[in-house]
Each structure stands twice: as structure tokens, then as C-alpha cells.
Design a protein around this ligand. Structure first.
Ligand SMILES: C[S@@+](CC[C@H](N)C(=O)[O-])C[C@H]1O[C@@H](n2cnc3c(N)ncnc32)[C@H](O)[C@@H]1O
Ligand code: SF4
Length: 395
């Protein structure tokens, strides 16, 4: 039986399927990478104590409207959260514990860049309560790290990774593939090396060219050569799955691989469409308040967010109840990314009957299937997720 059904006997709210988590956005980086469209900024001066006070004020505000929850995960994301002073991270964790209490298996992840400066803070983060590091290594050769605009080289990354491993039981790292001029053979060699380093989790992202980034601008004028065509991209994706599977890492989400039981609990909470509070510039939240699911969105610009928290006591620029139809869309979009899929009954409770003919046609076409009460993509449907979703929602 799905464990959520057990919780539902006690608290019959939709979000209980995924649990409750906290996302903390740190919006600063040492340099802006040319491919990155995350809300990250480079600035000469950061008043860490002002940021600490603002995070704590936001936690108090949200804590007051979400009483009685138990926190399942905290994720410090960015930007580069490993630029945060240890006392800021510690204060956030301590406040969160006092507001909600922690589940026995709480996961507290911090995204770290692999330079020696950040590695020097790992022991402090650990003592503050962080129990998982997600490190942005991105590539295992110096030339590509340079092209990606990274400030670290391979040797430094491996050293920072070793330091993280000596401090934390759970250390994941990110690589970007489908890079410029990256052949199948070259990626195979690099990924095999990466898999010898991986403990229990790795994130492998295909390079995406985003509008508004330096790569996006170069691509627009035809100056970003050597990117893979669709065939090579599909082959790279396929090989990535096979090599990870051979090494014992299950492909549990488009870009994420883990040994069984070691999936990122925080990311799964998003994909299982649970409730989460989001604090910090640009952070999104999904909070069920008085039985109604709300979408929240914080001011994007760091200065504006900080100022709003200080002057009006609220960093959010938006907080609105989500219509059931929107919830159904979000549930399907998030849930079908997970290879385990999403609870069929929950889809129907949110009005999924409306799409039943489309869903059945996709099942008949071997693109979706229902297994153990979960609607999920088949091996055939998985690489076609966007098209599958478009069919589900078609009129
Ligand atoms: C919030 S970011 C980075 C965290 C950390 N600041 C870092 O760069 O190491 C999370 C991950 O997204 C991935 N990423 C960001 N932009 C990307 C893009 N355009 N294409 C593919 N992966 C991307 C990178 O692997 C990165 O580590
Ligand atoms: S990839 Fe990471 S370090 Fe680079 S700009 Fe984005 S958030 Fe900052």
C-alpha cells in the first residue's frame, strides 16, 4: 500500500502525499556562468547578518501559518549557498527546527561549489546540521570547465569532493553533458570516471541553452558551435542511462540517478507535489493553508526582497490560491518526471477524469502505464515526456 494512504487516514489533505519541506534561496555567486539562468548575482559586498535576519523573519512569518507540520527536508539552493557564513546556515536550521520540528529522517542539503574556499566551511555546515552536499563539479576536464566559465579546475574539484566525503555521509555531484564538441566516446570515458567517484547519487544535466544567458546570446548569433544535434543528444541520454544502470544507479528522474533508497528526498517532495515553503529571492512555495493550496513567489531581485522583508515583513510578491485545474496540471507535470509516477487516485480526486480518454490512448500506445496504483511513463514514453504531457492535456 502507498504510505500516503496511511497518512491520509489521519490528515486527509492532498499535500500529505509528498510531505513538507523548506527551500532557502541564496542568490549570490563568485561569478556568473555563461549557461546559467538561475537567480544568481555577483556582488562585491554581502551583509550576511542582514540576510540572516531576513531569513529568520520569513521563517517566523511562514511558521505562524503552517503550524503543526513536521519538516521532512531543507534545501539550501542558489546561487552558491556555500558562500553563506556557517552561522547563517545554523540560524536557519535552528529556527526551522523550533518552528516545525524535524522528521527522524530529515534531509538537509546544501549546494556547494567545489573550490577550496567553500570546502573549508564543510565541517562547520555539518556541525550546523547539514547532512547532505550537492556539489556542482560540472565537468572532469579543465578545458571544458573553462568553457563553462567555472572558477575551479578538475584537481580542485576532486579535492573539494574528497573533503566533502570525509565530512558527510551523503555527497552528490552534478555534471553537465551534451557540451560543445563532446563526442559519445569522450562522454563515456568521463562518465565512467565520475561513476567510480559517486557514492549513492549523481545528477547529470544535458546542457540547455537558455535565453538571457551569455551562451543564449552567442547561440542567437550563431557563435556557439559544436552543440549536439537531436540524434547525438538522444544517444548521449541513452548511453548515460545505460552506464548508470550498469554501475547500480537507478534512473529515478530525467536528470537524477541514485542507488535504491538514496534519492534526493527534497527533490522527490517537489515531484511528488508535496507542500514546501520557499524563502529568499525568487523562491517559490506551495502551501496548503486552511485546506486550500497556495502558490507563493518571492521578489526576484536580492535588494528588493531584502527590503520588502525589512519594511513590510513579507518577501513574497505573490500568494494566491491555486484552482484545482492548475493543481492537476502541476501534479501531472511534476509527477510524470518521476519514473515511479504519480498516484492515479490522486489524479482522479483533482479532476483527472477530464483527461481520461487522452490518458487511456497513451496507455494503449504504450507511452503511459498504471502500475501499483501509480500512473507513470513507460520506457518508450520517458524520453518523450513533453509530447506525452501535451497529449494528456490536449482538448
Ligand atoms: C543552482 S545550479 C548550481 C549550484 C552551484 N552554484 C553550482 O553551480 O555548482 C544547479 C545545477 O544546475 C545545472 N545547470 C544550471 N544551468 C544549466 C544549464 N543551462 N544546462 C544544464 N545544466 C544546468 C548545473 O549542473 C548546476 O550544478
Ligand atoms: S551555475 Fe552555479 S555558480 Fe554558476 S552562476 Fe549558476 S548558480 Fe552560480
Amino acid at each position: 500500500m502507498h504510505s500516503a494512504s496511511l497518512w491520509q487516514d489521519v490528515l486527509p489533505e492532498d499535500w500529505q502525499y509528498g510531505g513538507f519541506g523548506l527551500y532557502v534561496h541564496w542568490p549570490f555567486c563568485q561569478a556568473k556562468c555563461p549557461y546559467c539562468d538561475f537567480n544568481s548575482h555577483v556582488t562585491a559586498q554581502i551583509d550576511q547578518s542582514a540576510w540572516k535576519n531576513a531569513y529568520l523573519a520569513e521563517l517566523d512569518r511562514i511558521g505562524a501559518i503552517t503550524q503543526g507540520r513536521v519538516l521532512k527536508s531543507i534545501f539550501f539552493g542558489g546561487g552558491t549557498p556555500s558562500m553563506m557564513n556557517v552561522d547563517v546556515v545554523e540560524a536557519v536550521i535552528t529556527k526551522a527546527r523550533s518552528l516545525w520540528g524535524f522528521s527522524n529522517t530529515i534531509e538537509i542539503t546544501l549546494e556547494a561549489n567545489p573550490t577550496s574556499v567553500e570546502a573549508g566551511r564543510f565541517a562547520g555546515y555539518h556541525d550546523a546540521g547539514v547532512n547532505r552536499i550537492s556539489m556542482g563539479i560540472q565537468a572532469l576536464n579543465d578545458e571544458d570547465l573553462k568553457t563553462l566559465g567555472r572558477l575551479h579546475n578538475t584537481q580542485e574539484a576532486l579535492k573539494a569532493y574528497e573533503t566533502a566525503r570525509s565530512v558527510f555521509d551523503r555527497v552528490s555531484f552534478d555534471l553537465i553533458y551534451a557540451r560543445q564538441n563532446q563526442s559519445l566516446r569522450v562522454w563515456e570515458k568521463e562518465l565512467k570516471q565520475a561513476l567510480t567517484l559517486t557514492i549513492d547519487h549523481i545528477s547529470l544535466y544535458q546542457l540547455t541553452i537558455e535565453d538571457g544567458t551569455a551562451f543564449g546570446a552567442r547561440a542567437a548569433i550563431g557563435k556557439l558551435g559544436g552543440l549536439p544535434d537531436d540524434d547525438l543528444s538522444a544517444d548521449l541520454f541513452q548511453m548515460t542511462q545505460e552506464l548508470c544502470a550498469d554501475a547500480g544507479f537507478a534512473h529515478y528522474e530525467i536528470s537524477n540517478f541514485a542507488r535504491p533508497g538514496h534519492e534526493s528526498r527534497h527533490n522527490k517532495l517537489y515531484w511528488q507535489y508535496g507542500d514546501y515553503a520557499g524563502i529568499g529571492p525568487g523562491a517559490h512555495g506551495r502551501l496548503t493553508i486552511n485546506g486550500e493550496r497556495h502558490a507563493t513567489e518571492a521578489h526576484l531581485a536580492p535588494g528588493k526582497w531584502l527590503n520588502a522583508v525589512k519594511t513590510v515583513g513579507n518577501g513574497d510578491m505573490l500568494s494566491e490560491a491555486l484552482p484545482t485545474e492548475d493543481q492537476l496540471h502541476e501534479l501531472l507535470i511534476m509527477g510524470l518526471r518521476l519514473f515511479e509516477g504519480t498516484d492515479y487516485q490522486r489524479i482522479m480526486t483533482l479532476g483527472g477524469e477530464k483527461y481520461i480518454n487522452n490518458i487511456n490512448a497513451l496507455i494503449a500506445g504504450n507511452l503511459l502505464e498504471v502500475k501499483e496504483g501509480m500512473l507513470r511513463t513507460t520506457a518508450r514514453g520517458r524520453p518523450l515526456l513533453n509530447a506525452v504531457l501535451a497529449h494528456v492535456f490536449a482538448d
